[in-house]
Design a protein around this ligand. Sequence first.
Ligand SMILES: NC(=O)C1=CN([C@@H]2O[C@H](COP(=O)(O)OP(=O)(O)OC[C@H]3O[C@@H](n4cnc5c(N)ncnc54)[C@H](OP(=O)(O)O)[C@@H]3O)[C@@H](O)[C@H]2O)C=CC1
Ligand SMILES: O=C(O)C1=N[C@H](C(=O)O)C[C@H](O)C1
Length: 271
Amino acid sequence: MIRTVITGVSGRMGSTLLRLVRDSKDLELAGATSRKGSASVGQDAGQAARLETLGVSVNDDLGRVLDASRAQVVIDFTSAEASVAHARQCAERGVAMVIGSTGFTPESRAEVAASARSIPVVLAPNTSVGVNVVIRMAAELARVLGEGYDVDVLEAHHRMKKDAPSGTALKLAEVLASALGRGQEDLTFARHGQIGARPKQEIGVQTLRGGDVVGEHTVYFFGEGERIELTHRATSRDQFGLGALRAARWVTGRAPGLYDMADVLGFQRTP
Ligand SMILES: NC(=O)C1=CN([C@@H]2O[C@H](COP(=O)(O)OP(=O)(O)OC[C@H]3O[C@@H](n4cnc5c(N)ncnc54)[C@H](OP(=O)(O)O)[C@@H]3O)[C@@H](O)[C@H]2O)C=CC1
Ligand SMILES: O=C(O)C1=N[C@H](C(=O)O)C[C@H](O)C1
């Protein structure tokens, strides 16, 4: 059994992960954390995640949990800021990680990369296998279609999501830019006012927020006389969670390094 710690257990993803670990045959719950000051600290993790009692209490200090639990892997879907701190604590103790948090700046991503010099870390803005297949297909479509198409990415998420655009939309935009030989400077995150004709190189990234949308991403290739749309719609968080468990099995015992879902799934990296 792989001894697994889940952070942020009362969150939307934390509670999903807790249920999936409870139901898995090869991962066991070794510890659970919540943010300092959260009402769930000290509660049973199952109660914090609106499940039955699981016999593991929620702590607000990941370092202590790791010291006490002989954990092998931490699955962390909290926030970019919290994940940077968690990665440091895991690196100090040699514990592998799967990070699903989004909203990283180049600087905070570099901090995770620094921790990944001493432990293996899978950092993935989307752990659903389906989405990662779509990312791969988007890159392939961009390469085959080439310059004759205007490319935009549209994402929609629930009203509570804190970051925009989604980490997945950013990943899609980066992959598309790389496939088309373009750079960060070609990404456009909003259009408003007298914007004039669309620059040929532009890749637009647009955001919708509302209701309980779990997560939707569409890549548009607008051509002359045709349009290709590549869409992924998540209708449950379980696919994110199941992909994260798959990443946890894969990363446990690996050599230190910063990995992504392409590595877990055996795809060639893009970009
Ligand atoms: N990679 C993927 O496939 C997916 C990624 N995500 C990403 O995962 C993250 C979480 O999403 P979601 O579950 O919807 O968000 P939630 O806000 O529902 O959950 C986040 C949880 O983390 C807790 N938390 C914050 N800081 C800490 C800390 N230092 N230690 C322990 N717990 C902490 C929060 O506590 P409190 O509420 O008290 O602040 C909250 O319970 C987001 O960045 C989101 O974009 C989401 C879905 C899929
Ligand atoms: O916050 C969410 O909910 C999600 N976040 C991820 C992202 O930012 O890409 C992945 C998923 O679509 C759900």
